[in-house]
Design a protein around this ligand. Structure first.
Ligand SMILES: Cc1cc2nc3c(=O)[nH]c(=O)nc-3n(C[C@H](O)[C@H](O)[C@H](O)COP(=O)(O)OP(=O)(O)OC[C@H]3O[C@@H](n4cnc5c(N)ncnc54)[C@H](O)[C@@H]3O)c2cc1C
Length: 500
């Protein structure tokens, strides 16, 4: 059967409802650590009037599970889940934890793949109710609490004709996204990672002090906030972010090619990506063909999908960005195409990354990533392995043209021109072993071409070296030194899988 009959155009909307650039989760169920006996009293935190849920509470387990967005819930159990409502309460809880020797893990939006905010014992400090946004339109600065979700920031900024490169999925929290790096909409235009657009931050340190960090005040903390990821030694309560004028004439083109045309796609992208306008975001995917019958052979059930988003301020500008692709062999070889479609930024979220929307798909998740100069080689090396993924939701995404550069004032230091993420997403718990192994095998095809990994999409538990490989050796060393200086007692959990 021809999987791409001309008469049956595949709805691109259907094809791309599969998971954002960073949908992940690497949590082996059934392998949790021992749970400490007894829980601290669930009351009596001076200066705190919010909600505390202890392990003995009836609502504990459903709340614990809800803290992690995807369906692979880790078997890790904090003694207390503490939900704060103000920045002052964050400081109060941290002082209480330090006095009572309770370790702290922090949660903002709960989308971390590894469920890093769930640790055994101590406190899970839930900042998701901290959702204040203040915008200084004149200076184009947004002051954003860390529980704010992507969609909330984009919609608030649009009121002032501004925007920011948030995550592609609307419910991702700004806290974890920005701390880890943040590959956002229109990313290359803003130096590749959203974290480079943090102008300042407010933090609570392990001793309960509230401090400001920017280029001149506490520059070492400012450096650590810009990339420190899911193992920072402090709680960030607020970011000052550099916004930019809202592109009013976004246009999108998408093409589907059979998987055996992968070489055409990657050769074209290798040629065009270096010269592309930085405001043209190009995502190349290996994915399942939703029109393939269940028993279709692998070569018919997997496809290449290329989508390009032009963030221009006029239709002409956006069309000019898309033109080289529209005139390339990708367009000639495509079996399905949808070219030059107008979109608003708000429309892009549900159309292209709808997993977190009602009716979207939330599965069991695992992901790995490579920051690389050779995405084409990774896609080729991965393609045979990719064919073996039975779940139709598994996919690989290459983002061409992040063009990352070293920033001396940021600890984010996985530097290359492009990114590739491999996502195992499946339904059934009984397939856990298969997909975790499948993903681990995928790394053997990615790692030879990787200059580093993306700390928001990497499995550290069981592979501590993968977290370290997210940073340059000098940045990793400096992070450890700062941890010793600001959190000598180890109040805050470090990265999953690392000691400390
Ligand atoms: C569906 C989906 C789509 C995604 N899309 C993208 C994307 O487009 N681009 C991209 O780059 N990534 C993407 N990601 C990955 C995402 O960036 C990470 O999962 C990120 O950790 C999510 O942040 P969060 O606040 O929601 O997560 P959380 O799980 O709440 O936080 C993750 C960790 O960050 C730390 N942390 C969070 N807040 C604070 C704070 N205030 N102070 C100190 N430490 C804190 C903690 O260690 C915490 O455990 C996506 C993930 C999913 C599941």
């Amino acid at each position: 059967m021809d999987p791409f009959p001309a008469s049956r155009r595949i709805a691109l909307k259907q094809l791309v409802s599969l998971g954002a650039v960073g949908a992940l989760g690497m949590l082996r169920s059934g392998k949790g650590w021992a749970v400490p006996a007894g829980s601290p009293p669930a009351a009596g935190i001076p200066g705190f009037d919010g909600r505390i849920i202890a392990r003995s509470d009836g609502s504990y387990e459903s709340l614990r599970q809800a803290l992690v967005w995807h369906r692979s819930k880790p078997n890790r159990y904090p003694d207390l889940i503490v939900q704060v409502r103000s920045e002052a309460e964050v400081a109060a809880v941290i002082r209480y934890a330090a006095q009572n020797k309770l370790k702290i893990a922090i949660r903002s939006g709960g989308h971390n793949p590894t469920g890093a905010s769930l640790r055994d014992g101590g406190i899970c400090l839930d900042l998701s109710a901290l959702t204040d946004i203040k915008v200084d339109k004149q200076r184009q600065i947004a002051s954003v609490q860390t529980g704010v979700r992507a969609i909330q920031l984009v919609s608030r900024l649009a009121e002032d004709d501004l925007t920011f490169p948030t995550a592609h999925c609307m419910t991702v929290g700004m806290g974890g996204f920005l701390l880890g790096g943040g590959i956002g909409w229109n990313h290359a235009y803003r130096d590749g990672m959203a974290t480079f657009n943090i102008e300042g931050a407010e933090l609570v340190l392990a001793d309960g002090r509230r401090v400001v960090a920017n280029a001149t005040e506490n520059p070492d903390l400012y450096w650590a906030v810009r990339g420190g990821g899911p193992g920072l030694f402090a709680a960030v309560t607020r970011f000052q972010l550099k916004a930019y004028p809202l592109p009013r004439a976004i246009r999108v083109s998408s093409w589907i090619l059979p998987l055996d045309k992968l070489a055409t796609m990657t050769a074209t992208l290798d040629k065009l990506a270096p010269a592309k306008d930085p405001r043209l975001e190009i995502l190349a995917l290996l994915m399942h063909n939703p029109e393939a019958p269940p028993d279709a052979p692998p070569e018919q059930s997997k496809i290449c999908f290329l989508t390009a988003f032009a963030f221009g301020y006029s239709a002409e500008e956006s069309r000019a960005m898309l033109a080289p692709l529209a005139q390339s062999p990708i367009a000639t070889e495509a079996v399905v195409k949808e070219e030059d479609q107008p979109f608003t930024l708000m429309e892009l979220f549900p159309k292209f990354f709808s997993t977190a929307t009602p009716g979207g798909y939330m599965g069991r998740y695992a992901a790995e990533s490579a920051i690389t100069d050779e995405p084409g080689k990774i896609l080729h090396d991965l393609s045979d392995h990719f064919r073996t993924a039975r779940s139709p939701i598994c996919h690989v995404i290459a983002s061409y043209g992040l063009n990352l550069k070293t920033h001396a004032d940021a600890c984010f230091s996985s530097i290359a021109r492009h990114y590739v993420g491999c996502f195992a997403i499946w339904d059934d718990e009984k397939d856990d072993e298969f997909y975790y192994r499948w993903l681990e095998q995928a790394t053997t095809h990615m790692d030879p071409y990787a200059k580093g990994h993306y700390v928001n999409e990497v499995e550290g538990q069981g592979h501590p070296e993968r977290i370290r490989q997210c940073y340059s050796p000098a940045s990793w060393q400096r992070l450890q030194t700062l941890r010793q200086k600001y959190d000598p007692q180890g109040l805050f959990h470090t990265y999953l899988g690392q000691q400390g």
